[in-house]
Structure formats: C-alpha cells, structure tokens
Design a protein around this ligand. Structure first.
Ligand code: NCD
Ligand code: ZN
Ligand code: ZN
Length: 421
C-alpha cells in the first residue's frame, strides 16, 4: 500500500523550508514531489517533516527496573518525541555482561520495541569490578559503563585497546569517585545556599583529560557522555586539535538550564552530571556551536515520582527527556535564532548516526522511511501526565514549547500519531 504524506515542509537550508509530498511504499520513500496520490493520504498541513531523530543515550530500565520504564514504554516515548533510533544503556539488572544476558535484552527489543533500539554492552562486569567483559564475544555496537565512571586508567587502557581492535567505540560516563565527597549538586552557588554537598567540575573533566590521553595512545573512538563543565569542553577541544578520535554529546537540560534554575532542594532537578554554573552552560553552547561537542543526546533517565518526591540527598540521579527534546531545543535555540533548524536536525540525527554507524531515515527516493513530523506553530505546555514514558521526572513541566512531534514513522509504519486529519 502506498502512503502519501502531503503538504509537509522540509528544510532546504538553514531555516528555509519548502513544501513537499512524500510517497512511501514498503518502508521506503519512493517519490518526492507535489500532488502525489496513493491509497492512504495524511495531510500534514504545513508541518515540518524530517528524517527521524537519533538519540544515542537513553535508559529503558529493562530488565530489572520495569516500574520505571520498559523497552515497550521507552520506545513508545521515543516515537512520541520523533526519535526513531535509540541506544539503550546497560545499567539494568542484571547488567548484560555476558553474551547470554545481552541476547536476553535483544529478544525483548525484538519483541517490544516500536523504534530501532540498539543495546550497549558494558565495559566491565557488573559495571563496577575491574574485570572486562568478553568484548570479543559481545554482539554490541559499542561499550559503556554509563552510570559510573571507569575508575582506573589501567582498565580503561585495556578496554580501549580491545575496542580499537574491534573497531567499536568506548562511550564514557566520566566521574572520578575519589573526588566526589558525597556531592549531589554542582559545587557552585546554589549548593551553598541550600546547604548541599557539591560535585566539582574536576570530577568529570579530570577523567576526560585522562581518557583523551589514553584514547590517543590506543586510537580508539572515545565518546564522552553528557558533557557538563567548561573544563571538559576545553579538554575535548584540545583532544580534537591533536587529532584524537574523541566525540562528545550534550543534553538539552545542560544547554537550557544552569544551577540558578534550581528553585529549592527538589530532587526533580537532580541529575548526573549536575546542572552547572552559567559559565559552564555558556561553554556547552559554544562547544556545540563550534563542533567541539558533536551532537545532542537526552540521557533519558526514568525514575519513579516516589523516589523523586523528596530532596537531593536521598533521590536517585536522573531526569526523563526523550518526549520533549526536539521541542525544547527548537523553542530555546531555533526560535531565538541561536541555531538554525538545519543545524538542530543535524545534531539530533545525522551526526550521531554517522559517528556511530547507526541507521536513520533520509528524505530522498530510496531513503528508509524513518520520519518525524513536528508542529512548529502550536504552542504547548509540557505536561508529564501526558507522557508515554512510565516516568514523569522532568524539571520542564509547564514549560511552553513549540515543535512537539505530531507523527512518527519507522520503516514506513506509523508508530506515533497525534493530530486529527
Ligand atoms: N544521568 C543520570 O542522572 N542518571 C542515569 C545514569 C547516568 O546517565 O549517568 C540513570 O541511569 O538514572
Ligand atoms: Zn552517565
Ligand atoms: Zn545515562
């Protein structure tokens, strides 16, 4: 059956749009043009049409924490955000640190995921010990211990050497635990006002600096998760200047918020790394603009409201983000002319897909019909009661945004549809 998406607007260059009809058959775009006809027609009425987004950092919590999220709920939430390819972190229970445990997750993905989900394998057993997983035997696209840093240079060196020989990336949550001192919030202004233990920037940046030197030695593709501090951006910039194969991501929340946005000791603002100072936020925005930071990823980290209802000391770190990442970035950066629509889409799809060799849609004849449609006109207040995620732990509740997703297709199949036709 031929599906026609009529009257969409695609980006030509910068913020310039052009009206287009797209014909899809058997999961592939078969024609682009005007006045196209087919058995099923959806009128997009001038909404933005683009290739689906790619988010390489999400937590789907299955197996082990399925009260927070499942592969089914997390993938539906992704579709609702216009995200058609995601990469799921291995801080599950059990950790998928053997080929058997890894395959068990693959089986759930195969059965339940409505988007293209890629599962990470861990670097070490249980994420904690000093024993590398059998990296050769693991059928994963990349390795990471996200949730905890790799604490010793020696084990990072072994992991990078092996990953380089397998031509697979090492993806790093950088956090030196010997510098943590029980911190729960950025060591800056707000933690002092609220009387909470701080997390220094060097907790992150010193490990990034270490890893970049080891990456240089081993030649591995080294990717830094959720960069938060100015010194980290500087270290990555210097690594790139020296030709090290280092890439980095930043989250929408670290780009949009800083420590001064934390109104009180409310754990809904608690995440790792923490919201940092204004200078750090500025450095992240500049780093993304000049290519030091390669792309945007959400670090969608679902937790129950019960766990998040108290203060910073006891709650787990993490916030959700996959359903609103595009709208928040569009509203805070494109609408304010701080970046173009073309740049944003590139940093939320093309670049992560290219750097990690992941599938993504392309709006051209023969392109896979992984497609997202966004409403750039209608203003909408973020309301976590509407989320398809099982979790609602977002600091952006009530934020007014434009650019909510209206329709998502994966391989030409509708996986999310939000507007009357
Ligand atoms: N980002 C977070 O604050 N939490 C993540 C772990 C992580 O990404 O480090 C989680 O799994 O909840
Ligand atoms: Zn992390
Ligand atoms: Zn994470």
């Amino acid at each position: 059956m031929k599906l026609i998406l009529k009257n969409g607007q695609r980006v030509v260059k910068d913020n310039e749009l052009e009206s287009i009809d797209i014909a899809i058959e058997e999961g592939v775009i078969v024609e682009l043009g005007h006045d196209l006809e087919g058995e099923q027609v959806i009128d997009l009425k001038g909404k933005l049409i683009t290739n689906g987004l790619v988010d390489i950092h999400v937590h789907f919590r299955e197996p082990g924490f399925t009260d927070k999220e499942t592969i089914l709920s997390g993938s539906k939430a992704s579709a609702r955000g216009g995200v058609t390819t995601v990469c799921a972190m291995p801080n599950t229970n059990p950790v998928p640190d053997t080929p058997e445990k890894f395959q068990a997750i693959q089986d759930i993905i195969e059965r339940d995921s409505v988007v293209k989900t890629f599962q990470y394998a861990p670097i070490t057993e249980e994420l904690r010990t000093d024993k590398l997983v059998d990296m050769v035997a693991m059928d994963s696209f990349a390795f990471t211990n996200d949730g905890v840093g790799v604490q010793t240079a020696g084990i990072m060196y072994e992991a990078m050497k092996l990953a380089a020989s397998l031509d697979k990336p090492i993806v790093a949550h950088t956090e030196d635990e010997s510098l943590l001192y029980g911190g729960v919030m950025h060591e800056g202004i707000r933690n002092k006002e609220l009387g909470l233990p701080g997390i220094m920037g060097i907790v992150e940046s010193s490990q990034i600096a270490r890893d970049i030197l080891i990456a240089k030695e081993t030649g591995v593709h080294y990717h830094v998760c959720h960069v938060s501090s100015k010194e980290s951006v500087d270290a990555i910039r210097e690594g790139k200047r020296q030709g090290v194969n280092v890439t980095a991501e930043v989250t929408p929340h670290h780009l949009i918020l800083n420590e001064m946005d934390i109104p009180s000791d409310n754990a809904i603002f608690k995440m790792n790394p923490p919201l940092r100072g204004k200078e750090d936020q500025r450095a992240l925005i500049e780093g993304l603009a000049d290519g030091t930071i390669d792309f945007i990823a959400t670090d969608h980290a679902p937790h129950t409201m019960e766990e998040k209802s108290g203060g910073f000391i006891d709650a787990p770190f993490g916030i959700v983000g996959i359903e609103t990442s595009f709208a928040l970035m569009y509203t805070h950066f494109v609408e304010k002319n701080l970046m173009t629509l073309e740049f944003l889409i590139d940093r939320m799809s093309h670049l992560p897909a290219r750097l990690f060799n992941l599938p993504m849609g392309e709006l051209k004849v023969g392109g896979v019909a992984d497609i997202a449609v966004f409403d750039l006109e209608k203003e909408y207040a973020i309301n976590s009661d509407d989320y398809l995620s099982k979790a609602a732990n977002t600091p952006f509740n009530g934020y007014k945004v434009k650019g909510m997703c209206a329709l998502t297709l994966v391989d030409g199949e509708i996986v999310y549809h939000a507007f009357e036709n």
